[in-house]
Design a protein around this ligand. Structure first.
Ligand code: AMP
Ligand code: GLY
Length: 424
């Protein structure tokens, strides 16, 4: 098979890396790709959101399967364009993609189909927010409706603090645009990302991971796209997967079918494991970043073949599965991330590491043998181990090696990814 991965982050580098090793994959392409995808296949100078150009080039290159990485491609309708052209694609159409691109759509969908989720009020103006907050007790989670690259959610300790956020949003612009905001009760529990695969007719869990969203050690500092992850998560009960299957995935699929939405792709359930079981914090319609970077090294079998059966509406889960080994991933970011993404130039494309360890590139290009990184999350360094402790030790050894190759000052990272106190 000739496989195209759409996107340019470390998630797409990890997907391309694992797909390229699949026995059924003959050639790998990326649109637009990055320094990592360029090292094993061809990068196309085509934007991840340009459905027309992706279809055209996929036809020219006789692509057999397209894997959509980022939500921006799905929200731009790239899945719709590829399906219209008869090109097999993993990633839902724009309409089902609203599960991620509109938090209000997702909340109403969950309410219609009895999927457990935090209680919420939908509001469209500062006046309406103030009215709701005047009757609110305790913490408030303030969420912008649209895609806002990780900047659209603020967990506040009180209605007063929520008020301050909303005043700022309504004066300088709600992140992601528009006026629609969700005010949500704060859930108490432990967070876990559960992934599922869906071929339009059936849905099945496909991997779990824990993501570290805050910039600083000890979960301090601002929210980011994710500063590290590990898989499988520690300290969750064995019944988690069955509970999510029964209370989240089954009603979700029933709801999608009842509403005429065909969902072919990866579904990411951002969950809070609470006293009485799972509550959905959010749905995303793709793999997570950095979760994909710690899931891909654990996959055995033929991922490309599995993805093709998903795209064809007849998924065969026996084609690929997860090894019981642990994987830990640490993100190396530029110093001012997430406030600013400072570009870096002249980096060595050689990020080779010992067996079982891997470094995946974030947004980057290669020219004249040197890498220019767009900044922010520059690399995700991952390591496999027999357990999380061993994987963690190997991952941080690799981080030290790379940080010294790149010069200590340029990149920062969290030092507590998968640290026992942070992961139990
Ligand atoms: P999101 O952008 O939806 O992933 O939200 C970012 C982060 O905000 C999540 O990973 C959670 O840590 C936190 N969060 C969102 N909604 C809630 C909630 N209802 N209760 C507690 N934390 C939340
Ligand atoms: N790691 C969070 C996300 O991909 O949205």
């Amino acid at each position: 098979m000739r496989v195209l991965v759409v996107g340019n982050g470390a998630r797409e580098d990890a997907l391309s890396w694992r797909i390229a090793q699949s026995p059924s994959c003959d050639a790998i392409f990326a649109a637009p790709g990055n320094a990592g995808t360029a090292s094993r296949g061809e990068n196309w100078d085509v934007s991840a959101t340009d459905g027309k150009a992706i279809v055209q080039r996929s036809r020219d290159e006789r692509i057999d399967l397209v894997m959509l990485g980022p939500e921006t491609a799905i929200a731009a309708g790239v899945g719709d364009r590829l399906r219209e052209a008869g090109i097999p694609v993993v990633g839902p159409n724009r309409s089902a993609g609203r599960l991620e691109s509109s938090k209000i759509f997702a909340k109403r969908f969950m309410q219609r189909h009895d999927i457990p989720t935090a209680r919420a009020q939908i509001v469209h103006s500062l006046e309406a927010c103030l009215k709701v907050l005047s009757e609110w007790q305790g913490p408030v989670v303030v969420k912008a409706d649209g895609l806002a690259a990780g900047k659209g959610v603020v967990v506040t300790p009180s209605p007063r603090a929520a008020h301050a956020v909303l005043e700022q949003w309504y004066s300088s612009g709600v992140p992601g645009g528009g006026n629609d905001v969700l005010l949500e009760e704060a859930l108490v529990g432990r967070e876990i990302s559960l992934f599922a695969v869906c071929d339009g007719r059936a849905v099945a869990p496909f991997g779990t991971a824990c993501d570290y969203k805050r910039a600083g050690d000890g979960d301090t500092g601002p929210n980011t796209g994710g500063m590290g992850a590990y898989s499988p998560p520690l300290g969750f009960p064995d019944e988690l997967e069955d509970a999510v299957r029964e209370r989240v995935l089954a009603p979700l699929l029933r709801g999608l079918l009842a509403e005429g939405e065909e969902y072919i792709g990866i579904l990411y359930c951002g969950l809070m494991w609470c006293e009485d079981g799972p509550q959905v914090i959010e749905f995303n319609v793709r793999f997570g970043d950095p979760e994909a970077q710690v899931l891909m090294p654990r996959i055995t079998g033929d991922l490309a073949a599995l993805l093709r059966t998903i795209a064809d509406g007849a998924m065969d889960l026996s084609l690929a599965s997860f090894s019981p080994r642990s994987c830990v991933g640490v993100v190396l970011a530029t110093a001012e991330y997430p406030q600013r993404s400072t570009p870096l130039h002249g980096l060595s494309p050689d990020v080779s590491l010992p067996d079982g360890c891997h470094a995946f590139w974030g947004g980057s290009t290669v020219r004249d043998g040197a890498v220019a990184a767009s900044g922010g999350r520059v690399l995700t360094v991952t390591a496999l181990g027999d357990d999380a402790a061993q994987a963690r030790e190997r991952a941080y050894d690799s981080v030290s090696q790379l940080a010294s190759r790149f010069g200590a000052a340029a990149l920062t990272y969290r030092s507590d990814i998968a640290k026992p106190a942070m992961s139990q």
